[in-house]
Design a protein around this ligand. Structure first.
Ligand code: SF4
Ligand code: SF4
Length: 316
């Protein structure tokens, strides 16, 4: 018998019992690596493709083990007595994380095979059966590790699990179509239609993303038998992409270019990522930026509703 190909990749988190990322109770698998740099990103540990060290000084007990283990003199004592990493000197050897007794220094990212991920996901089978849930792959960007994402989804489907992805759409179209065929739900983000605005918000223009969503919707529209739900997600950042002309641009694009979708979902801004930026020694532009309120999104939601789009808005 031919042995199955072993496909492996790098993840930075597996989160169980999510109820926001597809139907029912779901397990979220977060892939490492993302080609975009969305300024509000709440998962900065997913940006790089490699494994890195985190430093949460709030739980440091000042034992000094990390400092003694570091050959690169990359750990210093802060005025509060807690130990911090000097990112300019750190070489990501992970010695400090291995010796730290309080988990103040920890490793973000691990290499797993697709079969190992599926085995972990399967543990909550009972919850999926009762709720219609399953696995959702996000990130980072799942298209940054397309073969790994595909293989996880393929094996999950083989086992009868519900499958979903969350994507920025920035990646290979051939892989996107192949992966979408393994899914029951595809969540696809549109951040802006104006390419200059998109570049300002994410570091990249949106040519590839818009081409990919058009091609994906066309491809799914042609399917006669099974086709996944295509949910277009709109992350709204107050004052950045909530202006009426930006929202109308999205409406025009969906109405004129998208042949098939099942829902448009409005995502409000939450500054969930604050602590993670601190742990990675990065500055977060949105540190004190207020979370979106119902009032902030009143106008964008009005424009989307009046256009007659099938809409899901947050419950406040
Ligand atoms: S991961 Fe960085 S800070 Fe930690 S021991 Fe290695 S070089 Fe030093
Ligand atoms: S080993 Fe951990 S707890 Fe001890 S000083 Fe270093 S960071 Fe703090």
């Amino acid at each position: 018998m031919e042995s199955e190909k072993i496909v492996q990749g790098t993840i930075f988190n597996i989160q169980r019992f999510s109820i926001h990322d597809g139907p029912g109770i779901r397990t979220l698998v977060f892939m490492k690596g993302c080609p975009l740099r969305c300024r509000w990103c709440s998962n900065p540990e997913g940006l790089s493709s490699g494994i890195s060290v985190l430093s949460n000084t709030r739980i440091c007990i000042s034992c000094g083990f990390c400092s003694r283990s570091c050959q690169y003199d990359a750990i210093y004592i802060q005025p509060d007595g807690r130990y911090q990493i000097d990112r300019d000197k750190c070489r990501n050897c992970f010695n400090c994380a291995r010796v730290c007794p309080s988990n103040s220094k920890s490793i973000s990212g691990e290499v797993k095979t697709a079969a190992e991920i599926v085995a972990m996901v399967e543990k909550d089978n009972l919850f999926y059966k009762h709720s219609g849930g399953g696995i959702t792959i996000g990130g980072g960007e799942m298209l940054a590790q397309p073969e790994f994402s595909f293989e996880i989804l393929r094996q999950c489907r083989e086992k009868g699990l519900s499958t979903a992805i969350e994507t920025s759409g920035y990646g290979s179209l051939a892989w996107l179509l192949k992966i979408a065929e393994q899914c029951e739900t595809v969540h696809f983000d549109i951040k802006a239609i104006d390419s200059q605005l998109h570049k300002k918000l994410t570091g990249k223009d949106n040519d590839l993303i818009l081409k990919n969503i058009k091609a994906l919707s066309k491809h799914l529209n042609k399917k006669k038998d099974f086709r996944p739900e295509l949910i277009i997600r709109l992350p709204f950042i107050n004052g950045y992409n909530t202006q009426p002309e930006a929202v109308s641009g999205i409406v025009d694009f969906i109405k004129t270019q998208i042949e098939y979708y099942t829902l448009v979902e409005v995502l409000p801004f939450h500054n969930f990522g604050e602590k993670k930026y601190e742990e990675m020694g990065l500055t977060y532009e949105f540190m004190d930026y207020p979370n979106s309120t119902a009032r902030d999104l009143e106008e964008p939601v009005r424009i989307l509703s009046e256009a007659g789009l099938r809409l899901k808005v947050p419950k406040w």
